[in-house]
Structures are given as structure tokens and as C-alpha cells.
Design a protein around this ligand. Structure first.
Ligand code: B12
Ligand code: SF4
Ligand code: SF4
Length: 385
């Protein structure tokens, strides 16, 4: 075994551009036990990938010991993606008729690629280091798509605590963090964990990051759709992030007004978090915002055609919503804007060849006609810090 490997790994992570790195044993931590009930209750909505099961019929994401029995440790890396732009809850009057794309999706490069590239750099360095020692090694890097709940391992790696909004929060950096993990066959025991059992199920680590939410409940109160149903428990079907990114087709009527001006993702439960008040700005150039994506013009998005969508969002996570989803979301935001200048465009869109866009445009026209010309001010817009 290479001397003081955990320290070398953390140095590799820093060299690769990560802001944080910690190591958790690959055990079935208690938090993973909430997944089966979450899925059984249908709280994942239409995200079928969350239901993936192994041959025995068990949920893959509920047990690393079952899906990757060779894995002994999880290297968890995090990178800050915050940029120097105002929060969505600090709406200026001139922004109110414009849309909101989540902070994480303004980036010049899709975070999956940006994070995976860095993880691969660590993998390569580790292979180089251990090749010389003759140690055998298995490594597998994931950003989002692995059979594990990354935030649970981030907690036990000391990267941050799981906030009541379910996000990983770091005391110094806040929660504007992307996570990436490397599963490894290495037993990296001396990383603040008890050493007795790194093979399986019972280990209790002594390094979870301490919970610093305290009595605060700002995220729960601020969530416009009451998606945080209890501290640390999210009903994804109600979450604007799910509705705008993952949900295809029609958005249930009763959830549309709560979506406000969000056209892709939602930042509210992080914008209001006191731990993000002084969140530092990223030094990674690829997370700088692309032109036009901060407070984007709603009519631009609602009338966008396939060719422009491809060009504007090439290599961007926004592609996941697909053109139809993004236009649908923009139309809902127009309906919620309280701004009657959108009525002529919306009336045109009522005849759109995309039936989803047309149906939501009809809803938006009715909604706008029922509101006075005053823009509605939600409780989160009035947020003071
Ligand atoms: C599916 C998914 C979503 C879904 C569901 C979100 C969710 N909370 O589960 C949707 C589409 C809604 C979503 C939204 C977002 N996501 Co997302 N998502 C994922 C994904 C792919 C899986 C998450 C998962 O397994 N959920 C299952 C449920 C059961 O887990 P959970 O709700 O987090 O519950 C855990 C804790 O709450 C804890 N717990 C249990 N009981 C209790 C009790 C208490 C008191 C507490 C405090 C905690 C707690 O245990 C549970 C896990 O077992 C991960 C990547 C990955 N592979 O892990 C990214 C990931 C979580 N997402 C991420 C991001 C950035 C977002 C958004 C901010 C994007 C945006 N701006 O719109 C929002 C945030 C919304 C929110 N408040 O969570 C980041 C989070 C980074 C961070 N700092 O935490 C991840 C890690 C992606 C990445 N690689 O960086 N996401
Ligand atoms: S992302 Fe938005 S909708 Fe989802 S829980 Fe947070 S505040 Fe609520
Ligand atoms: S807003 Fe408050 S309760 Fe919510 S995650 Fe932040 S500190 Fe925790």
C-alpha cells in the first residue's frame, strides 16, 4: 500500500481542480434505508432510472455492497460552481417578466463532463502511483449516474452535511457544489473512520460532517410548491426542478402557478439558505455563465425552434428538458409573470404545432387575463438577507 494514500488522493483532487475531497467507506449507511419507501410512495415521479434493480429485485441505489461488492471506499469530490450573479430570490422589477435558469445550468460546459474529466485525472494519477507498487486496483468514476446516492457518501466523507433542503452544505463553501465519486477497491482506512470493518454493512463512520441547520427552516418555508415535505425529505413530484427538467408532457394544473418564472431547475431552497450568504465564487472558467442565460427573455425561449435550441444549448444540461419542455416551461412562466405584454405571443402559441406548448399557452392566456397588470410578488421575491 502506498504510504499515506488518502492524503495523496486529496492532493490529486486539488490538482484536478476540486475544492473538496473526502473518503467514505463503501457501507450501507442508515440514510440509504429511506430509498425503498421513497420509491414505493412514488416520490420519484417519472424518474424511472431511480427504480433500477439488481437481479435479486433490490434497488441498486440502496446498497453499494450489493451492486459493487468489490468497492471498499468511495472518494467523494466536490467543486464550487457559484458565479457572481444575484440569486433568483432577489428579483429586480425589470427581471420579473423574465425567466430563471438554475445557476448550475448557465455553465459553458455540462457539469457531468467537467466533473468526470477531473475524476478521470485522479483515476489516472492513482493508477500511475499504484502501478509502481504492484497493488491491484479497481476504480469507477460517476457523476449522477452511478448506483449510489452521492450525498450520503459526501456526508460520511466529511464534504458537508445533508441540509433540510436535502442538499450537501459545506460550512465554508455553502451548497453550490457539484459532486463526483470514485468507487475504489482500495481500503483507505485511515481517513477518520473506525478500522474494524470496511467490507460491509455495519460500519459506523465517525466522520459525518456535523449538521449545522439547527432550528432554521427557511428552505422549507420558501419552497413555493411545498416539495420539502419534512426536514431532509423531498417529494420530487412537487419540486420545480423535477417539473421543469425531468417531467415530460403536461404539468398538473395546480402546480403551474407555484413554478413562478422558473424555466429550468430551481434555486430557491439554496438561495434562501444562510450558508450561501457568503458563498465564494468559483475559479473554474467552464462554470461562467453563457450569454443570455441569466434571466433569459421568456418570449425568446417560448418561440425557439429546434435549430436554435441545438446551437444555444450545445453541451449544456438544459438539453435534458428538450425543446418542447423548455418552451412549455417558458409559456407557464409567461402566464405567471402578470405581464399582459405576453398575451399576443401566447395567443399565437395556442395554435402551436406542439400540443403540449399549445395547451399550456391556453392556460397562460386565461391566467394572464385573470390577473391585473401588476406583477405578482411572491414571498420569496421579498426575501431579505
Ligand atoms: C434524482 C436527483 C434529483 C431529483 C430528486 C432530488 C432529491 N432530493 O432526491 C430532482 C430532479 C428533484 C433533483 C433536483 C436537484 N438536484 Co439533483 N440529483 C438527483 C440524483 C441523480 C439522485 C438523488 C437521489 O438519489 N435521491 C433519492 C432521495 C431518497 O434522496 P434525498 O431526497 O436526497 O434524501 C436523502 C437525505 O435527505 C437523507 N435523509 C434521510 N432522512 C433524513 C432526515 C433528515 C432530517 C435529513 C437532514 C436528511 C435525511 O437521506 C436521503 C438519502 O437516502 C443526484 C445524483 C446522485 N446520483 O446522487 C443529483 C444531485 C443530488 N442533484 C444535485 C443538484 C445540484 C440538484 C439541484 C440543485 C438542481 C437545480 N438547481 O434544480 C436540485 C435541488 C433540489 C433539492 N432540494 O434536492 C446535486 C446536489 C449537490 C449538493 N450540493 O447537494 C447532485 C448530487 C448531482 C451532482 N452530481 O452534483 N435532483
Ligand atoms: S428546488 Fe425549488 S421546488 Fe425544489 S425543493 Fe427546492 S425550493 Fe422547492
Ligand atoms: S435554509 Fe436553513 S434549514 Fe434549510 S438547508 Fe439551509 S440552514 Fe438548513
Amino acid at each position: 500500500m502506498f504510504p499515506d494514500l488518502p492524503t495523496r488522493i486529496k492532493q490529486c483532487a486539488r490538482d484536478a481542480g476540486f475544492d473538496l475531497c473526502g473518503i467514505a467507506p463503501a457501507c450501507n449507511f442508515a440514510e440509504l434505508q429511506v430509498l425503498p419507501a421513497w420509491i414505493a410512495d412514488g416520490k420519484h415521479g417519472e424518474m424511472k432510472y431511480m427504480e433500477a434493480r439488481d437481479e435479486a429485485g433490490d434497488l441498486k441505489r440502496a446498497s453499494l455492497a450489493r451492486v459493487a461488492p468489490w468497492a471498499r471506499s468511495v472518494i467523494v469530490c466536490a467543486i464550487n460552481y457559484n458565479t457572481a450573479h444575484p440569486y433568483s430570490t432577489r428579483v429586480q422589477p425589470e427581471d420579473a417578466g423574465q425567466g430563471w435558469i438554475s445557476r448550475y445550468a448557465w455553465a459553458r460546459e455540462d457539469y457531468h463532463d467537467a466533473v468526470l474529466r477531473r475524476l478521470k485525472q485522479i483515476e489516472n494519477e492513482l493508477r500511475g502511483l499504484l502501478y509502481a507498487t504492484g497493488d491491484s486496483l479497481q476504480l469507477r468514476s460517476y457523476v449522477d449516474t452511478g448506483p449510489l446516492i452521492e450525498r450520503v457518501y459526501a456526508k460520511y466523507a466529511g464534504v458537508g452535511w445533508i441540509g433540510k433542503n436535502t442538499c450537501i452544505i459545506n460550512q465554508q463553501l455553502g451548497s453550490w457544489l457539484f459532486l463526483g465519486v470514485i468507487l475504489t477497491s482500495l481500503v483507505l482506512a485511515n481517513d477518520g473512520f473506525t478500522k474494524d470493518d470496511l467490507t460491509g454493512n455495519e460500519l459506523t463512520a465517525d466522520l459525518p460532517a456535523p449538521d449545522r441547520c439547527g432550528t432554521c427552516t427557511r428552505c422549507i418555508t420558501a419552497c413555493p410548491t411545498q416539495a420539502i415535505v419534512a426536514p431532509g425529505k423531498l417529494d420530487a413530484r412537487l419540486c420545480i426542478s423535477y417539473l421543469t427538467i425531468e417531467k415530460r408532457g403536461e404539468i398538473p394544473d395546480h402546480l403551474r402557478s407555484g413554478m413562478g418564472r422558473h424555466v429550468f431547475g430551481c434555486d430557491i431552497c439554496q438561495d434562501v439558505c444562510p450558508w450561501n450568504r457568503k458563498a465564494p465564487v468559483t475559479s473554474a472558467a467552464e462554470f461562467e455563465a453563457r450569454d443570455g442565460l441569466v434571466n433569459p427573455a421568456l418570449d425568446w425561449l417560448a418561440e425557439m425552434q429546434q435549430e436554435e435550441f441545438r446551437a444555444v444549448f450545445r453541451g449544456s444540461p438544459v438539453r435534458r428538458a428538450k425543446l418542447s419542455g423548455l418552451r412549455r416551461n417558458a409559456v407557464i412562466a409567461m402566464g405567471n409573470s402578470g405581464d399582459k405584454k405576453f398575451v399576443p405571443t401566447l395567443k399565437k402559441l395556442c395554435e402551436d404545432s406542439d400540443p403540449v406548448v399549445a395547451e399550456h399557452a391556453r392556460w397562460a392566456v386565461v391566467t394572464l387575463e385573470q390577473t391585473s397588470n401588476q406583477r405578482p410578488v411572491s414571498s420569496t421575491q421579498q426575501e431579505t438577507f
